[in-house]
Design a protein around this ligand. Structure first.
Ligand SMILES: [Zn+2]
Length: 343
């Protein structure tokens, strides 16, 4: 079992080889700890300026990142690696243990907890540890998500609109290494306190993703997480070898789609039972039927038909059958040319 770390200063982040830790964050209301897994690999093939930092389990009911990064923690051989790789496969460890989006310890969504607070609740202290101790270790940050119980997405990498053209181009290039069907530019205005907000603001090459849904472990999603991250290591020369294709040979290049304005995130107009009639990743035309909302308080009432307000690609659909009024029901994203971000 990896050693328990009570004082962050006890971790030698420069120690050559592979080292597993359990970082102890004391509980807020009782004696005990959330023991957060951390693996630091310093390759023995020399230095590399492009340290890579990967997170899974930022939301506890999203498993592709947890599984993909745990496998990397076992598989990556420091003898074959240059530079540094940092893996945190269950960042919100308490949420992962309970299989929930937020931590049951403090009710906090880890992906809204940044930049954190060293005197805050357990999730806030973990966020502060990431910000102050982990982010300085690398310039590439990967945060692997999937829809959880919130939404169904096509397999995609994701990033915000980035004002700095050099940072934007590098993020766009790295997003392609995961070989997902889509890369999604999403709105910065939807939420704040994200891990990716913080990393982007520090100028890091920051990649988010949605690699599955429904609190399951998506087989192809794990492949994107595992092989995609290895492709990033190959791209920057931490590992040797060619970039590998993750999807089947002959699949279409990654499509770049954009939903950077809030009006693309359409709320359910009423409570109801949701019957989608399109799939995530499907192309739709303006006015096309996306699904029906059924009101069972009167089973003889006609369904409320939900129509596409614009043409584009279905980037997200509400997953659970019973959306509440105001919850995001769907996102239609527009396709854009890669040259818009690659320059
Ligand atoms: Zn998530």
């Amino acid at each position: 079992m990896p050693p328990v770390i009570h004082h962050f200063a006890d971790i030698d982040f420069d120690l050559p080889g592979k080292h597993h830790y359990q970082v102890a964050f004391h509980l807020d209301g009782t004696w005990g700890y959330s023991l957060v897994p951390l693996t630091v690999i310093n390759g023995k093939r020399g230095a590399n300026p492009n340290g890579v930092i990967c997170f899974g389990g930022t939301h506890g009911n999203e498993y592709e990142g947890q599984v993909g990064l745990k496998r990397l923690a076992c598989d990556v051989d420091p003898e074959q690696m240059a530079g540094r790789l940092v893996l945190m496969p269950q960042l919100s460890e308490s949420a992962c243990v309970s299989g929930t989006r937020t931590s049951p310890l403090d009710g906090v969504n880890m992906n809204r907890a940044f930049p954190g607070n060293p005197r805050g609740t357990v999730s806030s202290r973990i966020a502060n540890f990431v910000k102050t101790c982990i982010f300085p270790l690398g310039r590439i940050v990967i945060d692997i998500h999937s829809g959880g119980m919130e939404g169904a997405f096509p397999h995609c990498t994701s990033f915000h609109p980035i004002p700095n053209p050099k940072q934007r181009a590098e993020i766009a290039k790295v997003s392609q290494l995961f070989d997902t069907g889509f890369a999604l530019i999403y709105s910065s205005a939807m939420a704040s306190g994200l891990l990716s907000d913080e990393a982007e603001a520090e100028g890091k090459v920051t990649i988010g993703s949605e690699l599955g849904a429904g609190a399951s472990t998506d087989r192809q999603g794990v492949r994107h997480a595992y092989e995609g991250t290895k492709n990033v290591l190959r791209h920057y020369g931490l590992l040797e070898g060619q970039i590998v294709k993750v999807r089947a040979a002959g699949s279409a290049p990654t499509r770049l789609i954009k939903a950077d304005k809030l009006d693309a995130y359409v709320p359910a107009p009423a409570d109801g039972v949701w019957e989608p009639v399109v799939q995530p990743g499907e192309a739709v035309q303006k006015g096309e039927l996306l699904g029906r909302l059924h009101d069972f308080s009167d089973h003889s009432s006609p369904a409320l038909e939900i129509l596409a307000p614009r043409s584009g690609w279905v980037a997200m659909l509400h997953l659970a059958a019973r959306p509440k009024k105001g919850q995001t029901l769907f996102v239609i994203a527009e396709e854009v040319e890669w040259s818009e971000v690659l320059g």
